[in-house]
Design a protein around this ligand. Sequence first.
Ligand code: FES
Length: 609
Amino acid sequence: MTAQDEVPAARVNLLFNERAVRVPAGVTLFDAASWNGIAIDSTCGGHGTCKKCRIRIPADPPAPTSLDVRAYSAQELRDGWRLACRAIATKDSSVEVPPLTTRPKAATVGVGRQVILRPAVIKRYLELAEPTLGDQATDLERVLAALDDLELTADLAVLRALGRTLRESDYLITAVVVDDALIAVESGDTTGHCYGIAFDLGTTTVVATLLDLNTGTPVAVESMLNKQQPFGADVITRISATMLDSDALDKLTALAHQTLSELAADVCKQGDVDPAHVYEIAVAGNATMTHIALGIDPEPLGVAPFIMATRLYPPTLASDLGVQVHPRARAVVFPAFGAYVGGDITAGLLASGMDRDSRVRLFVDIGTNCEIVLGNRDWLLATAAPAGPAFEGAAIRCGMRAADGAIEVVTMTPDSVDLKVIGDAEPAGLCGSGLVDAVTALVKVGLLDSSGRFVPDEEAASRAPGIAERLSMIGQERVFMLTDSVYLTQRDIRELQFAKAAIATGWRILLEEAGLTEKDVQQVLLAGSFGSYLSPASAIRIGLVPKVPVLRVVSAGNVAGEGAKMALLSLRERAGGLALLEEVNYVELSDRADFNDRFIDQLAFPHHD
Ligand code: FES
């Protein structure tokens, strides 16, 4: 049986008016509808307070909830009327959705995804009655009674400040709720100040986006290099550091916290937002970065059989990650599929909407470790391919990161070489996309043969007379001079071949597992900072991605950061991210007997007409 034939048991079929959709069992009908772009009326965003999300399930409706009983008459309940945000999808059903009377607030995030705002953070302004001898309700009872549509807990820290806040503010307060916890009571009406920070915790770069949770708009964005850099450029060197030095984990954890905390302070300053008004953060990172940031020993991730401490992280506070915002702010930490397909990929898949699209799509996040996911809304297969450091510039003689001075685009004719440099600076080196472009162009003009070797001088002179003299020797090695000081060596080309062979072997094995061929891939999403720079035409030409029409190869940008934003803006998207863990089947490449032969087959550059 192929992956295509497999129908995960945990899904149900729903018919909303005329639209058939399949969703994971256990989600609310409100979420199921909005995931599939079907609008259901709501002004509370699914929190069970507006009672506008009216739907009718004519046949065999679920038992009414206590809110249904308050929202509908007995006859309406018998007729199958229910609140969509309280009805759970447990079995195949038909659902009638009345036309909209209000328009839900939505934001565009991810790869063109419309997300209906429904953050976990709710702020509600309350005007409470003052206690009297005849009204002896406690302070907490008074607050919770005004929030009786929510089932809340309050911890000791909230109680400690509650009495004074109520009395000083004349009982005019704003309650701050995250999920089912009352995390703060603030004086007066502060509902206009409600923020979250989404972090893309990369091995190299960390990006923070401050989001206004009332509107879904990004208020400020900042990035900085991960302060763990001195411990090594990639996850393996950082894991090794913890194996060699018993203090290294503490140091690395502290550096992760410093990075996140400085970025939080920067975005709040830039957006002119009081950090105390940030009530939730979301963090998407690979398994190693996430383990270290939480102070969990990453050593088992670095040695076979590559085991994570956990896939799902326990409830976490922003302060557990060193982020100084509201002291009781929560942290959403993206779960990982495996040691090498981490929370950044979970977030990326959420942002790309691969699990909701009928098209077969291939998601490739290119880096030292390359994560690959193939599939559509019915099935998803993932793997990780060890691409090595070629794309980060580390193993390339004149390689550098995609920063000012890096050659990012190379085009050639038999008579000329054209370069585009980041920041319009003097060329200082070659970043990953420039490397792919340069090699593609050399193959195209005929100075590199398909096995990846520079052709002999006479052949070069006849094929590309205007640029053949750029082929020369540095030491014992043949090189191609891109500028007077930036060049490409025969060994650099080998490194790129290894990287692209590892990636191509990865997606070819996934295609085979799914019983598909290259032609069946309807879209290729290139993710991560490298993917954003890479020219789709070059990626196809060297065989890094399947041979599909160039318009089908799309740069998806920083999808991990987008996924983190979506988790802050929408509880249902967050639930969708969690559901992915059940939906993705992981294919391990390293234990496949045929991996090496397949890898060697992929070293050559494909022939193109
Ligand atoms: S969406 Fe408001 S009550 Fe269901």
